[in-house]
Design a protein around this ligand. Structure first.
Ligand SMILES: [Zn+2]
Length: 69
């Protein structure tokens, strides 16, 4: 899935999850990145703010069902 596809599915942020045992999580606004990037590839450009390791797992932050009209 690329960011364009995620945005079309009402995703507004992506979550970075550091690899175990750190598992530090952070959310980033999706519009910080080029829309042609794949969601997973965004992690290649990020570094964990807790342990400094590169390449966290990325996942779309799906909108809550209650946000739907
Ligand atoms: Zn970490």
């Amino acid at each position: 899935m690329d960011l364009t596809n995620a945005i079309q599915n009402h995703v507004r942020a992506i979550r970075a999850i550091c690899t175990p045992p750190c598992r530090h999580e952070g959310e980033l606004p999706i519009d910080r990145f080029p829309t042609t990037m794949a969601v997973r590839d965004v992690g290649l450009y990020l570094r964990c703010t807790a342990c400094g390791r590169k390449g966290p797992e990325m996942e779309p932050v799906w909108p809550l069902r209650s946000d739907a009209p």
